[in-house]
Structure formats: structure tokens, C-alpha cells
Design a protein around this ligand. Structure first.
Ligand SMILES: [Zn+2]
Length: 131
């Protein structure tokens, strides 16, 4: 069985970040379609799933790699923001996060230090903050 699958997948593209995105999209559309009972969402979930399988089984590897490159370029800002939010959540007990009032840069200070003077490492200005 495992050997059969290995032979079947030989020369095929397999999975990548775009496929992962498509599967997450399919799952999101599916869950949404249960909540709002809107048929279009179910169809969108099916399209995402079908597209993901098409890409996984495709033998046109160069074209799929090019699609993945474009996908990574288009979603770079979103993925960066998600990583930042994840980091903020993981460090929520250790660091207080806030934005610089002058340049809007993200800053963090150790939590529980009371009033602290913060120097923005982007614009260099200083301001007081409670951590
Ligand atoms: Zn600043």
C-alpha cells in the first residue's frame, strides 16, 4: 500500500505552502458554511480542496513552484502579521507590547516594571509608559 502510494506520487508535485493555505481556506469556508448556511461557501470550500489536490498531483512541477512563489509574495505581509501576533500571544506574560506614539513602530518592554522610559529603536524618541 505504502509502496503503491510512493510509486503513484513519483514525479508529482506534492505539497507546499500554497497547498497548506488552500487547505486552511477550504476548512475555513466549510466551517463558515455550517455557521451561516450559505451554499456558496460550501462550493468555495470544495474549489479550494479540488485546487489543492490538483496541485498536489500535478506533474508540471515548474509551474506549481512558480505559483507557490507568487503565493508567498502576495501573502508575505499577512504571514508576517500572523507571526507577530503569535509571538505577542506567546510572550504576553513576559512582555508588554505597544506602538510608538510618533512613528507607530511596534515596541515591547518587560512586564511588571511600573513606569518606564522607553526609547523607540526606530525613530529614537523617548516617552513614558507603564508596563
Ligand atoms: Zn518611534
Amino acid at each position: 500500500m505504502k509502496d503503491w502510494l510512493r510509486r503513484f506520487m513519483m514525479g508529482r508535485y506534492g505539497s507546499d505552502q500554497m497547498n497548506k493555505g488552500l487547505l486552511i481556506g477550504a476548512l475555513a469556508f466549510l466551517v463558515l458554511s455550517w455557521i451561516v448556511d450559505w451554499n456558496l461557501l460550501w462550493w468555495l470550500a470544495l474549489v479550494c480542496l479540488g485546487w489543492s489536490y490538483f496541485r498536489m498531483l500535478s506533474r508540471n512541477i515548474g509551474k506549481r513552484q512558480q505559483e507557490n512563489r507568487i503565493y508567498l509574495q502576495k501573502t508575505a505581509a499577512l504571514r508576517k502579521e500572523l507571526q507577530f501576533q503569535q509571538r505577542k500571544w506567546q510572550e504576553r506574560k513576559v512582555y508588554a507590547y505597544f506602538k510608538c506614539p510618533h512613528c507607530k513602530a511596534h515596541l515591547r518592554v518587560p512586564k511588571g516594571k511600573g513606569r518606564v522610559m522607553v526609547r523607540c529603536n526606530k525613530c529614537g524618541r523617548e516617552f513614558e509608559k507603564v508596563s
